[in-house]
Design a protein around this ligand. Sequence first.
Ligand code: SAM
Ligand code: SF4
Length: 324
Amino acid sequence: MNDSYGRTIHYLRISLTDRCNLRCVYCMPADARFAPSAHLLSDAELVRLVRLAASVGFDRVRLTGGEPTVHPRLVQLVGAMAQIPGMQEIALTTNALQLEKLAEPLARAGLKRVNISLDSLDAERFARMTRGGNLDQVWRGILAAERAGLTPIKLNAVIVRGYNENDLADLARLTLEHAWAMRFIEMMPLGSIADFQMDAVVPVAEMRARIEATLGALEPLAWDGHDPARMYRLRGGRGTLGFISSVTEPFCAGCERMRLSADGKLRLCLLRDAEVDLLTPLRAGATDAELGALIADGIRAKPWGHGLAQREIAGSRIMSQIGG
Ligand code: SAM
Ligand code: SF4
């Protein structure tokens, strides 16, 4: 289905939970508080909404969070979503702490691909950024995902000044040896930690320059017009490098996505607060047709773009609550 600007909206990112087993500095405060589970969609409610979303044209789903692998029934949920008519692809974004044991069962349930957060290859800096993450455990998760065929593996690093800007070249170097897509993300200011985030943004132009200073010129690759990442390759590299720059080079014209939060709100743009409440009508007994119409209304009301460059900051939620 098209929005009012002619963009075809068919990709739904679902935040399964706002909870997480890490506390990355760019994502949530150290003392993050979480929504009570009664306010969150049950498994049956979620699968029903995804089925209705599929009926209005969504054919790709990405499960995210918070940390989707802390959901106790993730494998069953993937299995249920993979059965939905019209659903072409279920993917996952995860910190990979649980992937060593979950990669294989998830692949068997119908998961196709994973994106994994990896902000540093230095164990101490990784632990500092994630407030306690174990790099070895993440690495084992990445290899398990590759063995399970959850490929192409995409790795995401949010670059934060004062934390990991000196890791750029080491992370980029991974693509010489591995056929992975390493993606560098400009930090976005959101919600209650926006001030810290705004001060520590590293623009993608600087990221590219730092990598080129160590590893030589990046070769640009063709862009499909929708992928938020602008793609490059290191000379002789097996994998690719992507740069995602919501702040300095927004990509709203190619946007095909909307988000569903764990508390049942359809979020029309990551960086705007406009939302459609699906949970309340669902619990009040709305029919499939009524809920489907609300989703379709949400698509039509999708805003054109965001105002980050003008320092307009969406303040109602942090990333883990929206589904980054
Ligand atoms: N826990 C999973 C993970 O870390 O991959 C999934 C949820 S996390 C919110 C999804 C993505 O959002 C991750 O790649 C994370 O690095 C990114 N992210 C979180 N906060 C961000 C911010 N302020 N700016 C840009 N990206 C952010
Ligand atoms: Fe958790 Fe992912 Fe946010 Fe890090 S980025 S705190 S792993 S939800």
